[in-house]
Design a protein around this ligand. Structure first.
Ligand code: DP6
Length: 394
């Protein structure tokens, strides 16, 4: 029987965005970033890693049922190489079975559309790293594994933790302190919910990797952003520690806008948001204007990654109002009635509809409701994607 491990890893959505590398091969960022890990019950990458001396030579990788070439010297190969090296050291030290010499078979599956702007590379690379670390029984800490996941895709280092996660940019040229850490566990603020508004599930135009490099090379505004982010990192960490949603929301929205501003300041400019995205911003700003006036403070926070989809963070108590508002101004197929508490109705009653454009069905294609979640999980054999080094069901 092949040695194997099956695990799942979560998606994370940044509140302080990573955008820019100071070292493109080690993937060292130009600024620290901070994210919330989303619940794997809703969005996840599942990965099985197997190794066996009887497999034909060479490693094989399948992504969503399709075989992918593991490019020599590429990001995935780098992650595999580092983890194999750690296993080799362990075998030498402890006289363990030489799994590091066996060919690998890795299969990974996302339960959401790849490249929908939903950070599939983050959960996917985190899953790859965690599955190999589990297969090889590596003693390294999650922080040390985050150094490896970072080299697969920057944002992947944050998906190795649950809850609220910071990726420290670090100062060492070798990247040894460019590491992710949990700043608060999920249970610290479990009421944090997220509504993902899928504006487009098509593959995006400019990839994060090439877009951010162009920004580093051409945007002068990025230099200004880099002087501001450290203060934002500490303010948002404080807001999370104090469970201060009003402050959390203000910083999250400001940083999303700052990130999209540097994209616009890039030459040629990069546009990730579209008119629907901007209309979602107008809706959340109006909800917050009214809730502020009524003395509740801000109740929702939008953030956009490298695509037009919105992620709206809100505490459980206000999620009904956010969902009802999205359904009202961005109609969906099928009618879903969302009942509101008195406070929600009060906010909606004072909402100025004139700020909203009128959108037909399909402007927001679908909604995914989720919340803050835990870090990678080790799954049982039943959930394995491989049998004897071959894809199951193929
Ligand atoms: C906008 O981690 O996908 O989602 O390191 O080149 O693989 P690479 O980039 P990636 O960039 C993510 C950018 C972002 C912001 C964020 O998640 O912090």
């Amino acid at each position: 029987m092949a040695h194997q491990a099956t695990i799942s890893a979560p998606v994370n959505i940044a509140c302080i965005k990573y955008w820019g590398k100071r070292d493109t091969s080690l993937i060292l960022p130009t600024n620290s970033s901070l994210s919330i890990t989303l619940n794997q019950d809703d969005l996840r990458s599942t990965t099985t890693a197997q190794c066996d001396p009887i497999f034909s030579p060479g490693d094989k990788l399948w992504l969503n049922g399709k075989e992918e070439v593991v490019k020599f010297g590429g990001r995935t190969a780098t992650c595999i190489e580092v983890l194999r090296g750690w296993r080799r050291d362990l075998e030498k030290d402890k006289g363990l079975e030489p799994l590091s010499t066996y060919p690998l078979r890795v299969a990974s599956h996302n339960n959401f559309p790849t490249a929908a702007g939903l950070a599939s590379s983050a959960s996917g690379l985190a899953a790859l790293v965690f599955s190999l670390a589990t297969l090889y029984s590596l003693p390294q800490s999650l922080g040390q594994l985050s150094l490896v996941a970072r080299q697969g895709s920057g944002s992947a280092c944050r998906s190795l933790f649950g809850g609220y996660v910071a990726w420290r940019e670090g100062t060492q040229p070798d990247g040894s302190d460019s590491i992710a850490e949990e700043i608060a566990p999920r249970d610290h603020w479990p009421e944090m919910c997220a509504l993902i508004c899928v504006v487009s599930d098509a593959k995006k135009g400019t990839s994060s990797t090439s877009g951010m490099q162009r920004t580093v090379e051409t945007s002068t505004l990025l230099q200004h952003r880099l002087t501001i982010v450290p203060e934002r990192m500490s303010s948002i960490s404080h807001a999370i520690k104090e469970r201060n949603f009003d402050s959390f929301a203000q910083i999250t929205m400001t940083d999303s806008n700052s990130f999209h501003a540097v994209c616009l300041d890039t030459s040629p400019p990069i546009f990730y948001m579209n008119d629907v995205s901007r209309s979602i911003i107008a809706m959340v700003e109006e909800l917050n204007r009214v809730s502020g006036e009524l003395g509740y403070g801000r109740i929702a926070a939008y953030t956009f990654d490298a695509g037009p989809n919105a992620v709206i963070y809100a505490l459980e108590k206000w999620m009904g109002l956010v969902e009802k508002s999205v359904r009202r101004w961005f109609p969906q197929e099928g009618i879903v009635e969302v009942e509101l508490e008195q406070e929600g109705n009060k906010v909606l009653g004072k909402f100025d509809e004139r700020v909203m454009a009128s959108w037909g069905k399909g402007a927001v294609k679908s909604l995914i409701k989720t919340r803050v979640g835990d870090g990678p999980r080790v799954l049982g054999e039943k959930e394995s994607l491989l049998k004897d080094g071959q894809l199951k069901n193929s």
